[in-house]
Design a protein. Structure first.
Length: 235
């Protein structure tokens, strides 16, 4: 069996109530719930929350909320792995056994059912503990600069100043959408960003972290552009 867990606590600070704030006509979390349900990958889709209003919204959009997350797992310092482990522990005690568990972030409006299915296919090959969404950096990270205490700039890798961009190794980062994992990996809180993980590559135009109001505005622009493109193609 396969379980989807969507973590969604109520205490977001930079964008208050962001998990249920309306995004293009739907509560933000609804985009993740719908993608999970439409993917056909899961026997059950649950939301892990400490908040009654979030629970009500999640239920309205088709997810289950079989428990409320304890306060000690709902503060600003609790990591995702601990939250998923709590949900996995609950599932193993309350339900039939699960083989794979997918953490889906509640603020991932560009998540696609097809990508979730690709992630499942990858982890089912049996040679990795996790399969998660990644995308490439738009610019070579080797050319990154920092601002010094004196207000000047300095390269992180000055020895690569004269290296052509096309000769630098391409770098990738977490796309912040979903993380397939084996039950054992989640229970052990095994490191996700390690050699036992496989990438599910997404295009950059479908990736946007939503941590600040600026991120939210950019995400709205991206979705409007994607919808306009789709409507133009349909015509």
């Amino acid at each position: 069996m396969r379980l989807a867990v969507i973590p969604a606590r109520g205490g977001s600070k930079r964008i208050p109530r962001k998990n249920i704030k309306l995004f293009h006509g739907k509560p933000m979390i609804a985009w993740s719930i719908e993608a999970a349900l439409q993917s056909g990958c899961f026997d059950r889709v649950i939301v892990s929350t400490d908040d009654e209003e979030i629970a009500e919204v999640a239920l309205r959009w088709g997810a289950d909320v079989p428990f409320f997350r304890p306060a000690e797992l709902s503060d600003d310092f609790t990591g995702t792995a601990a939250v998923i482990r709590h949900a996995v522990d609950w599932a193993l005690q309350s339900e039939s056994s699960f083989e794979y568990v997918c953490c889906i972030y509640a603020t991932a409006p560009f998540i696609c059912p097809e990508d979730l299915a690709r992630g499942l296919s990858r982890i089912e090959q049996g040679d990795c503990s996790y399969a998660f969404s990644v995308t490439s950096y738009a610019f070579p990270i080797q050319r990154a600069v920092r601002i010094t205490d004196s207000g000047r700039v300095a390269m992180f890798n000055p020895e690569l100043f004269n290296t052509r961009s096309q000769d630098l190794e391409e770098a990738w980062h977490d796309a912040g959408q979903f993380y397939w994992g084996t039950v054992r990996a989640w229970l052990d809180e095994k490191l996700i960003f390690g050699q036992d993980s496989a990438p599910v590559i997404l295009p950059r135009y479908r990736v946007q972290d939503i941590d600040t109001p600026e991120d939210w505005v950019r995400a709205e622009w991206l979705l409007k552009a994607m919808q306009a493109e789709a409507n133009g193609t349909e015509k």
